[in-house]
Design a protein around this ligand. Structure first.
Ligand SMILES: [Zn+2]
Length: 424
């Protein structure tokens, strides 16, 4: 058993001076002035939150270990306050059938520092042709399927995939992208600014047209559907309609789409897919999160090597790293500076809500009986984001040098400390 004392605890959406007693299985007790004959963790001056949950992470292993590994990516997660992350399957080999998934699960069991839950693919090799061995992977406990990185172009394949997932009680999480709208070398949002900079643009319809198709199908098939990294106002409208119609749909937004706009883009470290869109889009994303049209904040942590990024805008890889910056940045902007969100709102979007939507069991809250996944945070004092201090192998971030008012001091996963910034 271990006991956290003297912290400010986020308990039932309120901050209170309380103590938390836990073992490696669960949180045992949350109350004032707890005493127990066990190790005490002093959280004086710190705010204790449930471990954060991220449903969209790229760990790159197996296949792309030069960019990230299960070990380095899950260490970065711990440093960023995440105790459960879901890993996208655009790997080599793709986890698209039972045997590969079984091997992949063994690697995770060996190397992961926090809880890592993998997605299986929707189609074999993410090629969009044949629906993957969902039932074989379902037998291993995998209930989440995604072809992240690419869209599923063929309507009939998407419909078959949705029906199969629905019959297995599984969810499909889609990166929607209609390639008819993406010209070769396109790298940023299609708007005047792209033209001024001499970059090729990607219109919002690239995302929203395929999302609309998926949502109409989801209404028909009854599948549990999740839209990945929503970036455009048109997509929000489509989600609102699907939810109004009673479809079983949810969607996520990333920290970078909540914080940055197309005119902020300075080079490849701002290049991601979907791209940063306009001010109007960004405001619509914030409002949609607040009104429940968007359900979850995810990172879409996408590490790349320096060589992958050190190219022209047209040729550089898409994606930025974000596990170690998402919470500090969002806390700083929306809770500390703007006072637009409460701490509880932000934490719910990053813990309880993803746990609930993805059926991850008793995670994401500080409650007796819940998983002993906790983070000790320092809220208020200023620090500066330094990409060279990251545990991720990636350095591809547009946020290097930004000032934040939140730091993760200690991360406890499964009752054990998996990350600590304390000097002693
Ligand atoms: Zn994606």
């Amino acid at each position: 058993m271990r006991l956290i004392k003297n912290g400010n605890i986020l308990f039932r959406d309120e901050l209170n001076k309380m103590d938390i007693l836990f073992d490696e299985e669960q949180i045992l007790e949350v109350a004032e002035n707890l005493q127990a004959d066990c190790e005490v963790i002093d959280a004086e001056g710190l705010t204790v939150l449930p471990g954060l949950i991220d449903v969209h992470v790229h760990l790159r292993e197996p296949g792309f270990e030069q960019k990230e590994t299960i070990r380095t990516g899950s260490s970065a997660a711990a440093a960023g306050g995440f105790t459960t992350i879901m890993a996208m399957p655009n790997l080599n080999p793709f986890p698209d059938h039972r045997d590969v998934m079984e091997e992949y699960l063994k690697r995770i069991a060996n190397d992961a520092v926090v809880n890592v839950i993998p997605y299986g693919t929707i189609t074999y090799g993410e090629k969009g042709g044949e629906v993957s061995d969902m039932s074989g992977m379902r037998d291993l406990g995998i209930r989440w399927f995604s072809d992240d990185g690419v869209g599923v172009a063929d309507d009939s394949v998407m419909e078959e995939a949705q029906k199969k997932a629905a019959s297995l009680g599984a969810m499909i999480a889609c990166h929607t992208e209609n390639m008819e709208y993406r010209a070769p070398g396109a790298s940023v949002h299609e708007a005047d600014y792209a033209g001024v900079m001499g970059w090729k643009g990607i219109p919002s319809a690239c995302e929203s047209s395929q999302l609309e198709r998926d949502l109409i199908l989801a209404e028909k098939t009854g599948v549990k559907y999740h839209g990945c990294h929503i970036s455009a106002v048109e997509s929000i409208k489509a989600l609102r309609t699907a939810k109004d119609h009673g479809a079983d749909v949810s969607a996520e937004v990333t920290a970078h789409h909540l914080l940055l706009e197309n005119t902020d883009v300075k080079g490849p470290d701002w290049k991601m897919n979907p791209p940063l869109r306009t001010h109007e889009d960004r405001m619509a994303l914030i409002n949609a999160l607040e009104d429940g049209t968007l359900d979850i904040i995810a990172s879409d942590h996408a590490p790349h090597t320096e060589a992958d990024k050190n190219k022209s805008m047209a040729d550089a890889a898409f994606g930025i790293i974000s596990l170690e910056t998402s919470f500090p940045l969002l806390y700083t902007e929306f809770v500390y500076r703007q006072k637009r969100w409460t701490l509880a709102q932000l934490v719910n979007w990053m813990s309880a809500k993803p746990a609930e939507r993805f059926g991850l069991g008793k995670r994401g809250k500080i409650e007796p009986g819940y998983k002993p996944d906790l983070i000790l945070t320092e809220l208020g004092p200023e620090s500066v984001i330094d990409k060279n201090s990251f545990l991720s192998k990636g350095r591809n971030t547009p946020f290097d040098g930004w000032t934040v008012n939140a730091r993760i001091i200690e991360t406890i996963c499964g009752g054990r400390t998996v990350f600590s910034r304390k000097s002693n």
